[in-house]
Design a binder for this molecule. Structure first.
Ligand SMILES: Nc1ncnc2c1ncn2[C@@H]1O[C@H](COP(=O)(O)OP(=O)(O)OP(=O)(O)O)[C@@H](O)[C@H]1O
Length: 678
């Protein structure tokens, strides 16, 4: 047990400040038998835990010992449990006070996160011999419920690749996250089982956890990495509807920075999704901590399904699990925890110094260990917010550059479900000579924007055929909180192409000597295509009729219009008129049309899913008998189950699939109509 510094001060009592929503504690994992026997168990302390102000400290600082890559900063969190402090102690100090709140009608959540192998499962799930926090809490909950005449039931779930599976009944289709008329989250398809004794709990919980075998598609012997959760409901007896309170236990998948490891194919994809959902959770924690008006629950399934539990007056204990020996990902996790801690101090009166460096999540996103040394870098919540916003903005750009490598993966291995499903049909209407260039642009766009949430289409008209350019823009929307289509939302295709262009140029400059195959560099092809688009624009001017009362000098503004784009004139609203009147470049025109067209397609897609009959639904690629039945079922429960493209995930479809399927169907319909002369 040599890993704890002599400065370590043991826990005396839990001091959950009632005004705080989040409490952030650490837990240093005990050595495994193997580690105890090896040199790891004998090496000196790696993590030092100190109370900065002696016994009066309300927090502790963590620092990491001798290792060339260890940073010398210290990270502040609420508390840290030592290697030899077990789950029982964490339970009595942290969880027990939460349980009484559950019986008072609140929801409490315990979320374990950290690097791989840092002890998250041991802490939350435990084992038959060493109960985890969930089992310890369950014993207490059952006892208290018995005493005051309440009933207890559980649900157990897994979030794998942004799909939720029921672990109590694994044969069920993925769980749907729906929002009812009151704005409450409903988990459709997640079963609940009553629990009357701890042995019954063990049987249900551990059978469920063991029942999901690795997905067949994944060529690995290892169990798949996923987030696992337990929901415990306390209800008034004999009444399913009168929920008293709820408790969640979440064992998150481990954070792993894949750039330092050779992870490939499906594992890389799995890891990317895991990290994306971990970032999403941090974004939610951040938004809640600083009382942001918009909390990005929809960024991942996990946060969406926990929306009601995370929001409101509910309390959340974040347990940062720490590897006892050197692990770079543990340092990242702690920097993240420290960041959350600082954010959680929303009403802090501590003296604060701001830091210009992007830290915490944004730095983590950039793959850099953060410089969150809480002892030296404190920020007010508003300062944190501001700098983070800025950091996020630059982040998306910087990340675009950095992500280039990752994007290669996502293009080649994932290839984007949309591309896989619809590229053939789209390719068939693109001039063969342009196909490669279009693909290049798509790739650049993919490379420059981190999120895969939304796609918009830009359509340029050539003399003969339309050219489709894929664009990904939602991360920019989200990061900048601009409503779709507002002037602030200026991340257009061309901006992306330009950005990608520079990245490619930079890359090419570096690797020019290595490129001996004589093929024109991508930047040259992009430039050529960019010039083509410009000349096409000047040779194909289609006038947009301006509102009659608009006599501004720009009323000859023109734009590229794809035949059959949604009616421009008819749909002009106040802002749109402004937009049309102020078009000053072909790119603005192109962007205006692409976003309007996208908006229109989205609306049509949702309308279609909310109203089409079974046969019509089945006409869409990706929707068969099962899905169409399911959609109809959903419509019986709620007349309009699809309110945004995000809801498509609930039927297990990527929005890209449906979007492009609809797009292609509409396009072919229009083309055949044109050819038939109607
Ligand atoms: N306090 C502890 N004392 C002794 N061994 C422990 C302790 N905590 C965890 N371990 C052991 O360490 C190993 C890793 O723990 P665990 O599986 O809980 O990590 P994890 O963070 O859940 O991993 P992953 O990220 O892969 O899900 C296991 O063999 C576990 O039994």
């Amino acid at each position: 047990m040599a890993s704890i510094s002599s400065n370590y001060v043991k826990a005396d009592s839990s001091s959950w400040n009632p005004s705080r929503k989040f409490r952030i504690v650490g837990k240093i994992r005990g050595f495994t038998d193997l580690e105890s026997q090896s040199s790891i168990g004998l090496s000196g302390p790696w993590i030092s835990v100190r109370k900065p102000n002696g016994e009066f400290s309300e927090s502790v600082t963590l620092s990491f010992g001798d290792h060339p890559t260890s940073r010398k900063e210290s990270y502040e969190i609420d508390y840290c449990y030592a290697q030899d402090e077990d789950n029982g102690l964490i339970f009595s100090r942290e969880i027990k006070p939460m349980i009484s709140r559950v019986f008072n009608g609140h929801t409490a959540s315990v979320i374990a996160y950290g690097a791989r192998g840092s002890g998250k499962t041991y802490t939350i799930q435990g084992s038959d011999e060493k109960p985890g926090l969930a089992a310890l809490a369950m014993t207490e909950l059952l006892q208290m419920a018995g005493e005051i005449g309440k009933s207890v039931s559980i649900s157990s779930f897994e979030v794998y690749q942004d799909h939720i599976y029921d672990l109590l009944d694994p044969k069920r289709p993925p769980v749907l996250v729906l929002e009812d008329a009151q704005g409450k989250i409903q988990l459709k398809g997640l079963s609940q089982a009553p629990v009357n004794s701890i042995s019954e709990f063990y049987r249900l919980y551990f059978n469920g956890l063991g029942s999901r075998k690795p997905a067949q598609k994944i060529p690995t012997e290892l169990p798949r990495r996923s987030h696992k959760g337990l929901m415990v409901y306390v209800s008034s007896q004999n009444s399913e509807t009168s929920l008293v309170g709820k408790m969640n236990f979440v064992d998150l998948a481990g954070y792993e920075d894949t750039r330092r490891k050779s992870v490939d194919g499906p594992n890389l994809m799995e890891n990317t999704k895991i990290n994306k959902s971990l970032y999403a959770l941090q974004n939610v924690v951040y938004a809640l901590s600083v009382n942001e008006s918009h909390v990005p629950y929809r960024e991942s399934k996990l946060t969406r399904m926990l929306q009601d539990s995370l929001g409101g007056m509910n309390q959340i204990l974040m347990v940062t699990c720490l590897n006892p020996s050197f692990c770079q990902d543990t340092i990242y996790s702690v920097s993240l925890a420290s960041r959350s801690y600082q954010r959680a101090l929303t009403n802090s009166t501590k003296k604060i110094k701001s830091s210009a460096k992007p830290t915490g999540l944004s730095a983590l996103k950039n793959g850099k260990p953060t410089g969150v040394s809480s002892t030296v870098k404190k920020q007010t919540s508003s300062q944190v917010h501001f700098s983070d916003k800025k950091a996020n903005f630059t982040d998306s750009k910087v990340k675009g550059r950095k992500l280039f490598k990752e994007a290669n993966y996502s293009i080649s291995s994932e290839k984007n479900s949309m591309q896989a499903d619809s590229s053939s049909s789209i390719a068939s209407v693109i001039e063969p000579s342009l196909q490669e260039e279009v693909k290049s642009i798509s790739d650049v766009s993919l490379a420059t924007v981190p999120s895969e949430e939304e796609i918009s289409l830009s359509v340029a008209v050539t003399d003969t055929e339309p050219v489709f350019v894929e664009e990904k823009v939602s991360a920019y929307h989200d990061n900048n909180n601009h409503p779709e289509g507002t002037p602030g939302n200026s991340s257009t295709t061309l901006a992306l192409i330009e950005e990608g262009h520079h990245i490619i140029e930079e890359k090419e400059n570096k690797s020019l000597s290595a490129n001996g195959n004589g093929s024109p560099p991508l930047s040259a092809r992009l430039r050529e295509l960019s010039n083509n688009l410009k000349s096409l624009y000047s040779s194909t001017q289609v006038c947009i009729k301006l509102p009659e009362n608009d006599t501004s000098s720009t009323n000859q503004a023109s734009a590229l219009v794809e035949p059959k784009t949604p009616a421009v004139e008819k749909n002009l609203r106040g802002n749109d008129k402004w937009e049309v009147a102020n078009i000053s470049s072909p790119w603005e025109a192109l962007h205006m049309h692409s976003s309007r067209m996208k908006k229109s397609l989205v609306e049509e897609t949702l309308k279609f899913l909310n109203s089409a009959n079974k046969e019509e639904l089945k006409g869409l690629k990706g929707i068969g008998e099962k899905r169409s039945t399911y959609i109809l079922e959903l419509r019986q429960e709620s007349p309009e189950p699809f309110k945004s493209l995000d809801d498509l995930k609930d039927i297990g479809l990527s929005e890209k699939q449906v979007f492009f399927s609809i797009f292609c169907t509409t396009l072919f319909f229009n083309l055949s109509k044109t050819m038939l002369g109607s």
